[in-house]
Write a protein that binds this ligand. Sequence first.
Ligand SMILES: [Zn+2]
Length: 147
Amino acid sequence: MLDFIVILKYINVMKKKQIQPEYIERGVRYMMCQCGEYVSVGDNAIGVKCSKEVNRNIMTMFPELHEEKTKRKSTGRPVGWHWMSEFVDKDGNVFHKGKEQPKLFGSLPATKVQPKKKTKRRTEEQILIAIHKKKRALLKKAKLSKN
Ligand SMILES: [Zn+2]
């Protein structure tokens, strides 16, 4: 049992001592991020995360932000296409209310999809602001439901 505690303590020390590789160039200290990218850091930094990593962390903390993005990417079809009485994709596949109609394949022109307004890629700051707003909205909701 005692050995076990000692090992645990040892692991903790090792974790803390896991220092990321670094170098100094022209007086600027650079430290390697988990992904292998070097980022300039201050003298007291013991670890660093590049902006990519920070974004990734935000994504894991707020998966709904991530979902939004992947959904947009995955289907080239308009929202609710499977509810449409007839939808023809760009390859000529014909669907009636989402059911494929192989007999009609290639016999109809592709359904014109209204081009979506291009959404600008959000900056980190905008993402953080969005998160902040969301939090505030949730707080408001919580307060309202109390009354
Ligand atoms: Zn990184």
